[in-house]
Design a protein around this ligand. Structure first.
Ligand SMILES: NC(=O)c1ccc[n+]([C@@H]2O[C@H](COP(=O)([O-])OP(=O)(O)OC[C@H]3O[C@@H](n4cnc5c(N)ncnc54)[C@H](O)[C@@H]3O)[C@@H](O)[C@H]2O)c1
Ligand SMILES: N[C@@H](CCO)C(=O)O
Ligand code: NA
Length: 431
């Protein structure tokens, strides 16, 4: 039988994502009511700028006092789409204290202090859902927390930041410069409020921390994730990748060590073959591979950013949380029983593309090869291109080696007189 009292929803933030959440809640109210089993009603919307015109949103719902809204006591679900650490963290924990469950899109906060949020949800018997925090519209959090919870996930690898994928895609195929592409991504609502979070890899690292935590049933924080953004990726790197039949993507890679006792999590630009499925992920799309012991290799693909796609994930969580409320049930809480160590980047083993500027003299190639050999880094291919003025460019692609071995190799190469400079080092993945 249909319950008559509506479930009351408080929306915190009415920006790119929040405005779409409000729009869909209104536009699809009847369907949402039928799917939940009771109406989900917007009971208040906390904003920072109350005078802004917001089409379709009744003014009486708008407040600038988010704290009072979450303390009302009659709110069933708080949807947090403000972003950032504070006041979002305090608002969420206050919401739990006052009997609400929470849906959040806030990867920065979940990666920084998910422990506090999960503990507060647990203490108050509430739900904390966060599908929108990772890879926008793509269902990934729920598959990992629910569908794959009976399996053993060993690896999660993919593109989890729409803004940087958009920029790299434009640089690679459109001839558009970095700044122009970033401006476009910001205008389309893909970027974070401070786009440094995107281009420096913080946003992808936060998502990697969340993914590693839920995939491996352990705790991984933002600081545990090795992070490199795309600000150092040059048109030269792109061209060099193309010449080798590859392209450049910003990847997030979370892996369980072979002995099963530790994990690694990293975000960095990487070269991947042009025929790899991730190479055809364009614009602000995301794609993530999950490798699990019994399931094998799964691929999740779709829009990774933007107001409406992200609101879709928020709405999915909202319906789930409302259903739980009606049934007196709870969704999954934090599962971090494995307590695995997070290994440092030096222990990560992968392949490398090393671009050297060298003197075009006899014996240089042998000298360079000897340095790789001395550090136990095996060379797969070498390409030499002679330039004017007695200089040459040498591109060395290695077999798999540890990050520590590669770093000491490059240090030693820099000390050779015949090596004028290290023009670029990039990891090679997906082969
Ligand atoms: N835009 C995307 O594609 C996307 C995708 C996935 C997740 N997210 C996440 O969703 C959240 C919101 O992102 P967005 O793109 O909508 O950002 P946004 O900057 O467009 O919106 C945030 C809104 O919150 C308001 N706000 C800030 N402090 C407030 C406060 N104390 N009280 C009330 N309102 C306040 C701001 O004025 C702004 O309008 C962030 O956590 C972001 O990381 C965004
Ligand atoms: N700024 C983020 C939003 C989606 O989380 C991105 O570009 O992927
Ligand atoms: Na998602």
């Amino acid at each position: 039988m249909m319950r008559t009292r509506p479930l009351k929803v408080a929306l915190l933030g009415c920006g790119v994502v929040g405005s779409e959440v409000a729009r869909i809640m209104t536009a699809h109210a009847d369907d949402l009511t039928a799917r939940i089993g009771a109406p989900a009603e917007l009971a208040g919307i906390a904003v920072r700028r109350p005078d802004r015109v917001r089409a379709g949103i009744p003014r009486e719902l708008i407040t600038t006092d988010a704290t009072a809204l979450v303390k009302r006591g009659d709110i069933d679900v708080v949807v947090e789409v403000i972003g950032g650490i504070e006041p979002a963290r305090t608002l969420i924990t206050t919401a739990f204290q006052h009997g609400a469950s929470v849906v959040s899109a806030n990867k920065a906060l979940l990666a920084e202090d998910g422990v506090t949020l999960h503990a507060a949800a647990e203490q108050h018997g509430a739900d904390l859902y966060f599908e929108a925090a990772v890879a926008g519209a793509i269902p990934l959090v729920r598959p990992l927390r629910e569908s794959l919870v009976g399996d053993k996930v060993n690896r999660v690898l993919g593109i989890v930041n729409g803004t940087t994928n958009f920029i790299l895609d434009r640089m690679d195929t459109g001839g558009t410069g970095y700044s122009e592409a970033l401006d476009e991504a910001m205008a389309l609502g893909y970027a974070e409020a401070d786009p440094t979070a995107d281009v420096e890899g913080f946003d992808a690292a936060a998502k990697a921390a969340i993914l590693a935590g839920i995939a491996f049933h352990t705790r991984v924080r933002l600081d545990d994730v090795h992070r490199e953004g795309i600000t150092e990726v040059t048109a030269g790197d792109m061209a060099s990748a193309r010449r080798m039949g590859r392209t450049v993507k910003l990847l997030a890679i979370c892996e369980r060590a072979e002995d099963g006792r530790s994990v690694t999590a990293r975000v960095h630009p990487a070269m991947i073959p042009l025929d790899h499925p991730l190479a055809s992920v364009r614009e602000a799309y995301n794609a993530v591979f999950v490798e699990a012991e019994a399931a094998g290799r799964l691929m999740f693909y779709g829009p990774g950013a933007g107001g409406a796609p992200t609101a879709s994930a928020v709405l999915g969580d909202l319906v789930a949380v409302c259903r739980n409320k009606l049934n007196g049930a709870r969704g999954p809480g934090e599962s971090a029983y494995s307590r695995l160590a997070v290994s440092p980047m030096g222990e990560v083993v992968t392949r490398y593309h090393v671009n050297l500027d060298v003197a075009d003299k006899p014996g240089v190639l042998a000298q360079v090869a000897a340095v790789f050999n001395e550090h136990g880094v095996s060379i797969e291919t070498v390409h030499q291109q002679v330039r004017d003025g007695g200089e040459a460019s040498l591109v060395v692609v290695t077999h798999r080696a540890s990050d520590a071995a590669l770093t000491s190799t490059v240090d030693a190469l820099r000390r050779l007189d015949t090596v004028r400079g290290v023009a670029g080092i990039m990891r090679v993945e997906g082969e």
